[in-house]
Design a protein around this ligand. Sequence first.
Ligand SMILES: [Zn+2]
Length: 411
Amino acid sequence: MSDLRSNQQRLWDAHMEMAVFGATPKGGMGRLALTDDDKKARDLFVQWSTEAGCEVRVDGVGNIFARRAGRDTNAAPVMTGSHLDTQPLGGRFDGILGVLSGLEIVRTLNEHGVEHEKPIDVVCWTDEEGSRFGAGCVGSNAFVGRRSVEETLKMSDADGKSIGDELKRIGYAGSEPVGGFDVDSFFEIHIEQGPILENEGIQVGAVEGAQASTGYMVTVTGEEGHAGTLPMVLRKDAMHGAARMIDAVDNVAFDFDPHPVITVGHLRVRPNSRNTIPGQVIFTIDSRHPDDETLAAAGRAMINACERIAGERGLDVSIEKTSHRDAVTFNNDCVEAVRAASTALGITCMDIYSGAGHDAINMTHVCPSGMVFIPCEDGISHNELENARPEDLAAGTDVLMHAVLQRAVRL
Ligand SMILES: [Zn+2]
C-alpha cells in the first residue's frame, strides 16, 4: 500500500501556476468567487482534469466535478475536493490545496496505472469563502440541500450582481442537477489555519470534527453623565462595567480544560463621546469548543459573570444568544482511514479539531466525511503571508490518496 506517492514538485508547481490568477503584491491571493480570476482558475482546473482523462461535469450552482472512472460505473463516487476562491487578501493554499491535491491524486494514479472499484470525483465547490455574496460554503450548502438552488442563485453581492448572473457570465452555470445522488464518502485536505501541527512537529492531522460555536450580544446599560462633574462613586458607567465583563469572559476560557476560544471582537459605545460617561455599551462574544456541553457551561459562566458585575456596579445587562452551531463529528471510518494511511506511509499524525468551517462539515449531512490537515507557517491564514512547505503538501496528499483509495477499493 505504501508504494504509491504523489509527485511533490508537480503538486507545488500546480499551486504556483494556479496562484497567478488574482495574485496580490505581497504574494497572496485576492480571488473572489465568480470573478474573472475565479473563471481563469476554474478553466485551468478543468483543462488539467480533462488532460488527466477525467470526465468533467458542472452543476447548476457551478460546482465542478472531475471524475476518474472506477470499474463499477454505477457505484457511488468517493469525493475529494475543496475550493479555488479566496479571501480578498488571502493565501495560495487555503482551499486550493484541496482541489489540487485531488488532481495530483488522479495524475499519480494515472502514472502508476492504478485502478479502483468506485469512481473518484475531484470537486471544486463554488464560493466557500463567502466574502462576496454574504455567506460561505455556497456550493456545498446547495449540494446537500441546506439552501435551495433558487435561493442560492439569487444571492447577490454589494453591487447587486447575483450568483446566477455571474455564473452565466463566466460560463459556469452548469446543466447537471445540484446534489440528489449518492456519494460514497467525502474527504477534504486543508491547511490547518492554526499553529498546532507546526508546534507539535506533526505532519498530518486526522480531523475528528469541528467545534461547536455560540455567539452572544451583550448590552450593558448605565447612565450618561458629564465626564468632568459627576463624582466617581455616583457613576453608572457602562464602559467600566463592560471592561470588567470582557475581562471576566476572557478568564472563563481558562477555567476549562481544554480551553474554549472566546473572542470579544466588536464594541459599540453610546454616545461614544470623549467627555460623556458612556450610557450604553454593546459587545459581541464569539465562543467555540469541540464539546457542546463544555461550550454551554462556559456560556453559563460568562452570563453569570456579566450579571454579577452588572449587579455590583448598578448597571443593567441583557445577554442575547445570536448564533449557535453544534459540534460536528466526522465519520469514524473516515477518520480511521486517515490515521491508517498515515501509519502505513510512516507519516506522523495526530487527532485534531477544526476551528474553522469547511465544505466537509456540510457533507456530513449526506455521506461519511473526513478531513486531513497539514501545517501552515506560524498558523497564519486568511492573510497574504499564508505559507506551507512543499513536503507537507505532498505528505498530506499521500495520506489523502491512500484514504480515498481505501474507500474506492484499490484493485
Ligand atoms: Zn478554505
